[in-house]
Design a binder for this molecule. Structure first.
Ligand SMILES: NC(=O)c1ccc[n+]([C@@H]2O[C@H](COP(=O)([O-])OP(=O)(O)OC[C@H]3O[C@@H](n4cnc5c(N)ncnc54)[C@H](O)[C@@H]3O)[C@@H](O)[C@H]2O)c1
Length: 355
């Protein structure tokens, strides 16, 4: 199997390259294509990165080559990590409009090139933000089922980890999904949480204890308040200590936010979740993950079949995602999913997507 990484020399792109090789997802018979931008700093840096990766991994490394034009991207799995990111040195609200305006052209260039020159079978995993816009652009050109945004999977892994850490158990014992929009407007699906080894009554009792007396109706305002609290502490260490006091769904939003604004960014966690997704695609079996996908009536929200990009649990296999795996969300979950879905559709429309 061959993998291409668009934006390979960026922080996330580099971390994905290393994780793919170190975790053995791409052996010596596979090909890794590093894609940079002609005329940009990455045009030269992709060549250097190629040599550095071979230097580091030697006999373990796949065949590595470089491309600097969208038309030259060729792979079974294409990972999109290129583009501008949210600045790390600000605690101002994220300007997603600016991010969208900057990155839309890039998304369109690569999606158009893949539609014209690709094999017609590539699976595209989107990391770049706004992930919902990128999924919309690629899905409308390549086909909905071949395009998956990894933001909801990253949010899901964070949610599971926060639950596990609060209970003092390993993350592998926790399942359950996060849906909605990547980041602040994620929708933690508490109704899907399962704890291996516990019966229904035990699990319900623990979930109730973890959530406290809250529903998702207050989630958005809790996120805003928590962000403001942790970023106005005297130092980052105090901010991180405060995060530990929040319930797991809030921790899953606030901890990565503080990590990004600390200047460290979240490249390693993002890369690890991305490589999980690549492994799922290469594995050949259908496995349920969460991802941002372009829906065409697969779920009902607000009494209507839903159309538009939304993070949901999906079964993923070698051809991309096959079906949505969300049976009966709780009332507050459907309500928030509907609100978030509306907001995403409006944003994508205003950014020139949706067609
Ligand atoms: N989905 C997530 O969970 C998540 C997490 C972290 C970052 N991100 C997103 O991933 C993207 C990259 O983040 P980063 O921190 O690695 O940024 P970065 O600035 O370190 O890297 C971006 C890379 O994209 C390259 N690039 C720009 N235009 C290009 C083009 N036309 N063709 C090829 N390469 C091009 C740049 O040269 C640079 O190497 C951002 O959009 C960011 O918001 C997403």
């Amino acid at each position: 199997m061959d993998v291409a990484i668009i934006g390979a020399t960026g922080d996330v792109g580099r971390a994905v390259c290393s994780a793919l090789i170190e975790r053995g997802e791409l052996g010596p018979s596979s090909r890794l294509q590093l894609v940079g931008r002609a005329g940009g700093a990455s045009e030269a840096a992709v060549h250097g990165l190629r040599v550095d990766l071979i230097d580091a991994h030697d006999e373990k490394a796949p065949h590595i080559d470089v491309a600097t034009a969208p038309d030259d991207v060729v792979a079974d799995v294409v990972i999109v990590t290129a583009g501008r990111t949210v600045p790390t040195n600000t605690t101002e609200p994220i300007d997603r409009n600016k991010l969208a305006a900057d990155n839309r052209v890039l998304f369109e260039q690569y999606a158009d090139a893949l539609a014209e020159h690709g094999s017609g079978h590539e699976v595209v995993i989107v990391v770049s933000n706004p992930v919902e816009l990128a999924v919309d652009v690629f899905a409308r050109r390549l086909g909905r089922h071949r395009v998956i945004g990894m933001g909801a999977w990253l949010d899901t892994l964070r949610f599971r980890r926060e639950i596990a850490a609060t209970l003092g158990i390993r993350r592998q014992r926790v399942s359950g999904f996060v849906a909605g929009q990547h980041g602040d407007r994620m929708v933690p699906l508490w109704s899907t949480v399962r704890l291996r080894g516990l019966d229904v009554a035990e699990r319900l009792e623990i979930v109730e204890r973890l959530r406290g007396d809250r529903t998702l109706a207050s989630f958005a305002s809790e996120v805003t308040a928590a962000k403001s609290t942790v970023t106005t502490q005297a130092d980052v260490a105090t901010g991180f200590a405060l995060v530990d006091r929040y319930p797991p769904d809030l921790q899953a939003v606030i901890r990565p936010y503080l990590t990004h604004t600390s200047g460290a960014k979240t490249a390693n966690g993002t890369a690890s979740a991305t490589v999980d997704l690549v492994r799922t695609v290469l594995d050949g079996r259908d496995i349920v993950i969460a991802g941002q996908v372009l829906l065409d009536g697969e779920i009902t929200l607000g009494g209507q079949p839903w159309h538009g990009v939304l993070g949901v649990p999906v079964a993923v296999g070698p051809e991309g995602w096959t079906q949505v795996m969300l049976d009966e969300p709780a009332h507050d979950e459907s309500r928030l999913l509907w609100e978030v879905g509306q907001a995403i559709n409006e944003a994508i429309h205003s950014w020139g997507g949706g067609r």
